[in-house]
Ligand binder design. Sequence first.
Ligand code: PNS
Length: 170
Amino acid sequence: MARTLAIYPGSFDPPTNGHLDLIQRGSRLFDRLIVAVLVNLEKQPLFSVEDRVEMLRRLTRRMSKVTVDTFQGLLVDYAMKKRATATLRGIRAFSDYEYELQMALTNRRLEPRLETVFLMPAESYTYISSRLVREIFRHGGSVRAFVPRIVEDRLRQKPLQERGVNDAAF
Ligand code: PNS
């Protein structure tokens, strides 16, 4: 019987409750799911790729179908190398759709054998984004409601100058 392997690509800087929700949903749908962190040398990230991989591995360690990896270059090349048949992306609100559609159709043009599967996270996570988490964190606000405990702890370990001024908010 054919086994389905999907790639869930992203920046995951940092991983949020919304990402975790999507990983759980994806792992129920596919036989195997690779969470693939993009190595983007142009961006100035909050967490190094190594830290993001480590957090994601801890978050998924009880999910036997899920592995965590990194990739560079085109997603379609990585997906073909892994023999994946699908790439998984989350759509939170209508505003995500345009960008996601553009990416999905471009990827399809580059590699017609790869399908993009969109899943919606639980309603309670529809407004969470890594960008907002980074912004709240950098201004010293509490991100407890938006990220898993492991991520919150790692943020707390960041040097004071990266954390904003209002440390009491944690
Ligand atoms: O979490 P993000 O930043 O929204 O994820 C974007 C990601 C990593 C899925 C996208 O930027 C990507 O696939 N980059 C790899 C380069 C690539 O294949 N570009 C063409 C896709 S249209």
